[in-house]
Design a protein around this ligand. Structure first.
Ligand code: SF4
Ligand code: SF4
Length: 176
């Protein structure tokens, strides 16, 4: 096998001084000095979260403070890394929401497993689980990274319910 010797192109006088390369580097530096910064001084400054951002999954209540989740467990079933654990509970017969029958007794989302895919939100028939603008999730222990039902509702808050499904369901239940 023959060896091919590759001859290097000789450097010009300007190239030997490195002045063109230095000037090119300085030009790039100056361009970025005057350009608008793309970073923020986190955590003192917080980034602006665009609408539709998919942060930490949360549970939401309707404007009347009712739990939207009916504990159907579809989200638990669809979650790819099995981050959701639900213990369904029965709604007591004397509750004004008894017609809904079920609600979550326990609801946990393990944020060490969650991959923020949004499938839980997509599959939920009650629009009860939402990935909102919470992006900071940290803890000192593994247990702290499991969001329980109380924490999920604290993070989720209240979202409008345009379907009025609770009232419709109640009216339907009362008809029968
Ligand atoms: S966002 Fe995806 S991974 Fe996270 S809990 Fe929902 S379905 Fe599971
Ligand atoms: S959050 Fe939605 S999908 Fe998950 S159990 Fe509740 S109602 Fe079903």
């Amino acid at each position: 096998m023959s060896v091919i010797q590759v001859q290097r192109k000789p450097l010009s006088l300007a190239e030997r001084t490195y002045i063109p390369q230095i000037l090119s580097g300085m030009k790039t530096t100056m361009k970025h000095i005057v350009a608008k910064p793309v970073t923020v001084n986190y955590p003192e400054e917080r980034p602006e979260i665009p609408p539709g951002y998919r942060g930490v999954p949360t549970l939401v209540r309707d404007p009347h403070g009712r739990e939207k989740c009916v504990s159907c467990q579809l989200c638990e079933f669809v979650c790819p890394p099995k981050a959701i654990r639900i213990t369904p509970g029965e709604i007591p017969a004397d509750s004004p929401n008894a017609h809904v029958e079920k609600g979550p007794k326990e609801f946990e989302i393990n944020m060490l497993r969650c991959i923020y895919c949004g499938l839980c939100q997509e599959v939920c028939p009650e629009e009860a689980i939402w990935l909102q603008n919470v992006y900071s999730s940290s803890g000192y222990t593994r247990a702290e990274m499991v969001n329980n039902k109380q924490k999920l509702y604290e993070l989720g808050g209240t979202l409008p319910d345009t379907h009025l499904k609770w009232d419709k369901k109640k009216a339907a239940a009362e008809k029968h």
